[in-house]
Design a binder for this molecule. Structure first.
Ligand code: PLP
Length: 348
């Protein structure tokens, strides 16, 4: 490791092949005729095991569209966990639903089935289930069985499985993000997948605004072909990315075990983040930065805190938020960077 160099908290994994695929589209002059977009939709839906997909310009807007395909009226509610990024809350509010926040489970980072059951009522029209930090929600079957439309949020878990079945294929409709820091990067971007032909048709119709016979409130949420070309090229390497993430995670695990508290991570995680539990995340982050390692809290601020909801309704979220730090883990890490992080962990 060069002295004074900082290992960034995330960095996309861009190959020469990625660059030439994007350059081909740019050179063709067909920047938005959707030929690459159509192929990306086919390839991701086949990879996940859903009927079809609709690419979007962000994960937030993918969720907005997925929610808009569910019938609801004024006062209808969507259940979301409090321990998640604010994009989820924004999509719920922009789609016109009332957000109802629930706690995460006693162990791990994922939504609590018990708290969903507590807050479920006749106004609930959707349950958004993020597979946080690459970890499959272990109660996904039970949540789907509640009978309310479930949208799996796979923004942080593309390619992860539960019992060998890909996340994003448990619920009828699921969403993905390809923001620059995610498992697959297209800069900005997202996708809705669904097993329902009607949902796919409806969402596609919401994205058509030109040359309509009759008016419908519709959205320009489309992905460009440059982004789709990058997404396709990245998807071809996703399984390698996941393999590399798991290998680095196990190196960190053996280095940190016994020195620092490690959270429960379900098997089949793709380790979007490697998280450790410390008493004072802010001073830990400062300390790690002085050693050339940029660490972050995995979630900036739990959602219930924006609304000043009582902390004691979200004990697990509060505990995880107050103790979690994420250290750099991504396939673009160089071996020497991993070795440096491992050495620092061994000295904790
Ligand atoms: C990033 C993210 C989103 C939103 O995706 P964008 O592409 O940034 O709009 C939604 N849900 C989760 C869990 C995310 O991490």
């Amino acid at each position: 490791m060069e002295k004074g160099k900082i290992i960034s908290h995330s960095r996309p994994c861009i190959s020469d092949e990625d660059i030439s695929k994007v350059a081909e589209v740019v050179a063709s002059g067909r920047l938005a005729d959707s030929s690459q977009v159509g192929l990306f939709e086919k390839e991701l839906s086949a990879y996940i095991g859903q009927k079809g997909g609709i690419a979007t310009n962000s994960g937030t807007n993918a969720l907005h569209l997925a929610l808009s395909s569910i019938p609801f009226n004024h006062g209808s509610e969507a259940i979301i966990p409090s321990y998640v990024c604010i994009a989820v809350l924004n999509a719920v509010i922009c789609a016109g639903l009332h957000p109802v926040m629930v706690d995460i489970a006693e162990r791990g980072f994922n939504i609590s089935l018990e708290d969903i059951e507590k807050k479920l009522n006749r106004r609930t029209r959707a349950i958004i289930v993020p597979h946080m930090l690459g970890d499959p929600v272990e109660t996904i079957d039970e949540i789907v069985a509640l009978g309310v439309p479930v949208i799996e949020d796979c923004a942080l878990s593309v390619g992860a499985t539960r019992f060998g079945k890909k996340l994003g294929s448990y619920s009828d409709t699921s969403i993905f993000s390809f923001y620059a820091t995610k498992m697959l990067a297209t800069g900005q971007g997202g996708m809705v997948l669904s097993r329902s032909a009607r949902t796919l048709e409806d969402i596609r119709d919401m994205m058509v605004y030109d040359n309509r016979k009759s008016y419908r409130k519709s959205y320009n949420f489309r992905m460009t072909d440059m982004q789709a070309a990058l997404g396709r090229s990245q998807l071809a390497r996703l399984d390698d990315f996941i393999g590399r993430r798991r290998k680095i995670a196990s190196q960190y695990h053996y280095a940190a075990k016994g020195r620092v508290e490690l959270p429960y991570r379900p098997s089949e995680s793709v380790f979007f983040r490697y998280v450790m539990l410390v008493d004072d995340p802010d001073s830990f982050i400062k300390e790690m930065l002085s050693q050339g390692i940029d660490c972050r809290r995995p979630v900036f601020k739990p959602l219930h805190q924006y609304f000043h909801l009582p902390a004691d309704e979200f004990p697990n979220t509060e505990r995880m938020y107050s103790r979690s730090v994420s250290i750099p883990l991504y396939p673009a890490l160089k071996d020497e960077e991993v070795e440096h992080i491992v050495r620092v962990l061994q000295e904790l």
